[in-house]
Design a protein around this ligand. Sequence first.
Ligand code: PEP
Ligand code: MG
Length: 577
Amino acid sequence: MLSLFGSGIGRGIAIGPAYVLKNSDIETPQFTLNKQQIAGEVKRFKAAINETEQSYKALLKSLPKDAPKESAAFINAHMMMLRDPMITGEAIKIIRSELVNAEHALQTQADNLIRVFEQMEDTYLRAKKGDVQHVTNRVLRHLLGIVSHSLDEFNNENLSGKIIVAKDLSPAETVFIKDRKVASFVTDLGSQISHTAIIARSLKMPAVVGLHGSSKIISDDDVLIVDGMRGIIIINPSIGVLKEYKARQTKIRARERELNTLTKKPSRTVDGQRVKLMANIETAKDIKGLKQVNAAGVGLYRTEYLFMGREQAPTEAEQLREYKRIASGVGDIVAIRTLDIGGDKQLDFNYPNKQSSSSPLGLRAVRLCLSHIEIFKPQLRAILRASAFGKVSIMIPMVSSFDEINQVLAIIKQTKAELKSEGVAFDPRIKVGGMIEVPAAAIMAEVFAQKLDFLSIGTNDLIQYTLAIDRVDDAVNYLYDPLHPAVLRLISLVIRAGEKANIPVSLCGEMAGNVNYTRLLLGLGLKNFSMDATYLLDVKGRILNADTTKLRYLVGKILSSDNPIQARDRLNALNRL
Ligand code: PEP
Ligand code: MG
């Protein structure tokens, strides 16, 4: 039995067998050979190609009947690439001419091809570099004898009840496991407010991230306990420990049943203050969870997941279908956030000119949309068209300047005019809001509020930018603190700006779903919360017991704290009231 500590996600506990994923970056060894070894090396390489081909064929055979058509097409395309002389033939030439091992020769040729694809004008051809690396990785795994799994369209194993163990998971991979009834996941890297973690919460899935080296210690089918609340995993627990955790699992379930009795209760504080509790969603599949807790609409719909894990952007028609489905399925207000790509969320397809940046300070969110109008415009058209079928609003992520807001509003105005001239229906009074996620926007909220219909505070990013901490970097995760007085003062500024302009202000970062902060946020004057549906009833429980008239004094003290430790002590006092 061995315990490891990381950052926990979710309230629950999962118990199940481990399913260890391959390291996404395979380390390719490099060594030189003498002339006598060349024939053997080429033979080894050809054998690996044959094995890879056999594994593709086996995959093709095992595809379920209802698998999407693209799956078979994908596998066939990769099989063809495997036999392409530009890959295998050239790699053999490199083995012979440079007297190097097969792995190094193959990776060298793959890198050559990737460089060529990267320079291509055509978006479709540029995207081929991903396929080259995919095929190369499969051959490398055969060459290196790495027996492990991958989470992609080729994986059709039964993952039900399994606990995924990985070095890291991308948000796209996390979405992939959404449908696979996986019990939990644990990763070496990552932080609690990465998008991967956010999706885990929406899956009601306990998980632990930032475990450093867990993927090297854990083997397939080891029994794991994942305690999302405490951020602990236990590998091959003793019978006693297993019993204790099963008892805790039963208690958690009983608590959930208790919370369910709050579903129909109006969300109101003891002193009669109404508080709107909305849900954050990523896909239409999340509507069920939102209905179960009786959420008052969607305060944040992260549309980027419709764009991720695919080879081309969804068309206007496809987006319209999805937004309509969500608007009518929710039957209440849905704040559709325009594409928020960049940082830890990346697209698999390329688009002309400037690409999204993996730096949180780079070309992302509204910045990217404004420099890629060919992506932004169809999305705006689809959202506007969906507004004819439900209570839809447009929410712009990461606004940072007045100019940016003016540009977005001008594009929306122009798009409306186009739709009108085409005779296409939309809500002409559709509300347009901005997400306050950078300190500049929080400081300027009073000015921005004059132009916008609502504000939504994205604390995940606001904290990242205020405290200069990359939200996905676990090395600085310990500095990520919602209670930092600088963060609290900015939140307060935004709420005051909304009050002054008489427009709604909501908060849709992870902070909204953390019951430790419910009283604090109420005391700051927040009246609209948006969070993952799994937290909503817990937060409602706190609201039903809170008296905002008694909160103000202590909240004022927290705001004037000179350091986070003092703020934490004062928060504890507030929560004990
Ligand atoms: C936020 O930044 O708080 C937010 C809600 O947006 P996301 O987590 O998708 O960046
Ligand atoms: Mg954000």
